[in-house]
Design a protein around this ligand. Structure first.
Ligand code: CTP
Ligand code: CA
Length: 233
């Protein structure tokens, strides 16, 4: 039943999904960005809507069209995304951080276009670290009425000399402390810009809660299943 609602189990629930990739300005015409298409976040918004949720999509530079029927808050930078997510999350039951948030931004956003130098030298590029929006939602809940809020993160990982995808995913799940972390392996045709996806859903202790594979809508539905079971605890 890919792409079709399994049940209307999100009726009466307010969910916030961030999607796409943030862009950090260098000067009026240039930015630092990433290759996130926003497809997985848009799939999360579409499937949540189909399951009956009230959906706010915080949309950072999407290359795909957001679904009709969701409230779209367009943002460009990480600072804008952080503000928009926290504002929308004030009365939300669920927040899913599917956006690829820039870890760093240029230390300065030049007022004028950076020009080439006559001597052929290149300007230095100084970066500063952005705030971690997901960690902020865990450390300081954005919901203002004291109700339960399920906070979900996404992590694209590759294996390396220190360990495999699951090893890195578990460490990140514990470090971030989100209720759920959806870990997907990137490289080998999976992840950024592709149609299909496969994720392992971990809890805050790094334990595997679910594994879902298939289209981005199928992955989204699998993640909503895990979220719904948390909402009922
Ligand atoms: N995230 C965030 N704010 C940031 C960076 C990431 O909210 N400044 C969120 C992402 O939206 C995602 C989760 O954190 O839901 C994991 O992102 P990821 O880039 O995998 O984690 P990082 O902590 O940035 O670790 P890494 O050094 O591996 O990039
Ligand atoms: Ca990162």
């Amino acid at each position: 039943a890919e792409g079709k609602p399994r049940t209307r189990d999100l009726v009466g629930r307010r969910v916030v999904v961030s999607a796409g990739g943030t862009r950090e300005p260098l000067d009026p015409v240039r930015f630092l960005g990433n290759r996130s298409s926003g497809r997985q976040g848009v799939a999360l918004a579409r499937t949540a809507l189909a399951r009956g949720a009230d959906v706010t999509l915080v949309a950072a530079n999407l290359t795909v069209r957001p679904p009709a029927g969701v409230r779209v808050v367009p943002v460009e930078t990480t600072a804008e995304l952080a503000d928009a997510v926290r504002a929308a999350a004030a009365d939300a039951d669920v927040v899913v951080m599917a956006a690829a948030v820039a870890d760093f931004r240029p230390a300065a956003d030049a007022a004028h276009k950076i020009k080439k130098q006559a001597d052929g030298s290149a300007p230095p590029l100084a970066l500063v670290q952005n705030p971690d929006v997901l960690a902020g939602l865990v450390a300081e809940p954005a919901r203002t009425d004291g109700g339960r809020q399920v906070v979900v993160g996404f992590a694209a990982e590759t294996g390396d000399a220190d360990g495999d995808v699951l090893h890195h995913g578990r460490a990140k799940a514990r470090r971030k402390g989100a209720d759920l972390l959806a870990v997907n392996a990137v490289g080998g045709g999976q992840g950024f810009g592709t149609e299909g996806n496969a994720v392992t859903v971990l809890d805050a202790a790094g334990e595997v809660v679910a594994s879902v594979e298939g289209s981005k809508d199928a992955v989204a539905d699998g993640l909503w299943d895990a979220v719904v079971s948390r909402l009922h605890r």
